[in-house]
Design a protein around this ligand. Structure first.
Ligand SMILES: C[S@@+](CC[C@H](N)C(=O)[O-])C[C@H]1O[C@@H](n2cnc3c(N)ncnc32)[C@H](O)[C@@H]1O
Length: 219
C-alpha cells in the first residue's frame, strides 16, 4: 500500500516536472520570469536549477558570472537562485554586456536602462559590468560557482569568452552555454571544450547545456 502510494507520488512528481515548466519557473523566480528574452522557459529553468546545485555545493562562494545579459531575464534567474541558495547579501551575479545589442538579429540599440529597470529588485546582488567581454576589467579574480556564456555567438567570440572565463569556474562548478544547437560557432566551441577532458555534460535542454568542471586528479 505504502509502495503504491510512493509510486503514484513519484509519477505525479515526474509528470509535474515535465508538464509545467512555466509554472515552476514562476514559482522559483516570481515575476523575473516575465522579463522578455529569447531564452526559453525550459532553458531558464535549467539555468536556475543548475545554479542552485552549484551555489548549494559545499564550499560555494556565492558568485556567478554571466556574459550577455540583454534585458536581465537570465541575470534575474541567477539572482533568485542565489537567494534560494541562501547566500543573502554576500552573493554576487556579475553581468558583462555592452548593452548595445551587439550581435543581436534585432539590431543595435541601447538596452542598459531596460536592464537596470528589470533587475532593480536585486540591488547590490546584480553587478553590471559594461563593455566588450574580452576587454572589461572584472571586480574580482575569485572563482565562480557558475559561468553562463550567452554573448556574441560567433565561433571567435564564443571561444574567446570560454578561454577567458571558463578557467574561473570552481572545481565542481558549472559552465553553462546557450545556443549550442542553433549557432554553429557555439557548437564548435562546445566540442572543443569537451575534448579538453576537464568538463562533463551535466544537463542539456533545447539549446542550453550545462557542463560540470571535473575536479583535478579525479575522473
Ligand atoms: C542573446 S543576448 C543575452 C540574453 C540573456 N542571457 C537572456 O537570457 O535574456 C546577447 C547579449 O550579448 C551582448 N553582447 C554581444 N556581444 C558582446 C560582447 N562582445 N561583449 C559583451 N556583450 C556582448 C549583447 O549586447 C546582448 O545583450
Amino acid at each position: 500500500m505504502t509502495q503504491t502510494l510512493t509510486n503514484t507520488l513519484e509519477r505525479v512528481r515526474v509528470a509535474y516536472r515535465a508538464a509545467m515548466p512555466k509554472h515552476r519557473l514562476h514559482r522559483y523566480v516570481g515575476r523575473a520570469s516575465e522579463v522578455f528574452t529569447y531564452t526559453s522557459v525550459a532553458e531558464r529553468l535549467l539555468l536556475f536549477e543548475e545554479a542552485l546545485v552549484a551555489l548549494r555545493a559545499p564550499g560555494a562562494g556565492g558568485r556567478c558570472l554571466e556574459i550577455g545579459s540583454y534585458l536581465g531575464a537570465s541575470a534575474a534567474v541567477l539572482a533568485e537562485a542565489m537567494r534560494w541558495a541562501g547566500h543573502g547579501d554576500a552573493g554576487r551575479v556579475f553581468c558583462i554586456d555592452t548593452w548595445q545589442n551587439d550581435a543581436m538579429t534585432e539590431g543595435q540599440r541601447d538596452t542598459y536602462e531596460e536592464f537596470l529597470r528589470n533587475t532593480a529588485d536585486w540591488p547590490g546582488l546584480i553587478v553590471p559590468i559594461r563593455g566588450a567581454s574580452t576587454e572589461v576589467d572584472l571586480p574580482t579574480q575569485q572563482s565562480m560557482d557558475l559561468v553562463f556564456i550567452d554573448g556574441d555567438h560567433s565561433y571567435e567570440a564564443a571561444r574567446a569568452d570560454v578561454e577567458r572565463f571558463a578557467p574561473m569556474v570552481a572545481d565542481g562548478g558549472r559552465l553553462v552555454m546557450h545556443d549550442h544547437r542553433s549557432k554553429p560557432g557555439v557548437t564548435r566551441v562546445l566540442g572543443e571544450v569537451l575534448t579538453t577532458g576537464q568538463w562533463v555534460i551535466q544537463r542539456c535542454v533545447e539549446s542550453i547545456v550545462s557542463l560540470r568542471r571535473v575536479p583535478q586528479n579525479q575522473d
